[in-house]
Write a protein that binds this ligand. Sequence first.
Ligand code: DX5
Ligand code: ZN
Length: 216
Amino acid sequence: AASPAVLPSLLLCDFGDLKGEVSRLADAGAKVLHLDVMDGHFVPNMTYAMPIVEGLRRHTEMPLDVHMMISDPLTYAKPMVDAGADLLTFHAEAVIDAAETAQQIAELGVSVGVALNPDTPLASIASCLPHVDMVLVMSVEAGFGGQKFNPIALEKLRALRDADPDLLLQIDGGIDASTIGPARAAGCDLFVVGSAIFKKDDYKAAFADLNAAMTS
Ligand code: DX5
Ligand code: ZN
């Protein structure tokens, strides 16, 4: 099984100082960056796309975990890989055939994740599980940072972990010192965190709190 890690979500960060944010996050102990790409169509919010991924790629060796909250992930998968993404996650709700989508992304030579929103049942990703490296269980409806944790994610994590001890599991949304422990206990490996890092002045202390709460 993978060793657990906190992944900062570059959504509530200072976009006027991305280079500084990346170096502060690295100093605080970040090992992977989670990039929230939104298209204003699949979700009612817009963020950024390839140019920012490419810019971040030039400032860090950390793996870039790109969470595509977009309607047409296959159209942008290759541009994202070319921009420097290491892991590409698409939403099951956005595609007709999740298994086919996962296979086509894998052919680009990156790791593949499939994400599902709180209301989306696990059954909708069953056929694509053999073709993905990771499942992203959303604990909020994709689209905005700072939302309240939905415990339905814990049930999904437990079911996925029971079915496969080795599948990489990620959770995203409302993760803080009170929710990270239950998520870890449910079998999660990777914890995406926005507010609980970026609303703090001291990223190092935020990472320390989260890491301590993960195992307690
Ligand atoms: C939500 C994004 C998350 C979000 C997490 O659509 O995918 O990555 O930024 O932020 P918090 O931790 O504030 O819920
Ligand atoms: Zn995300």
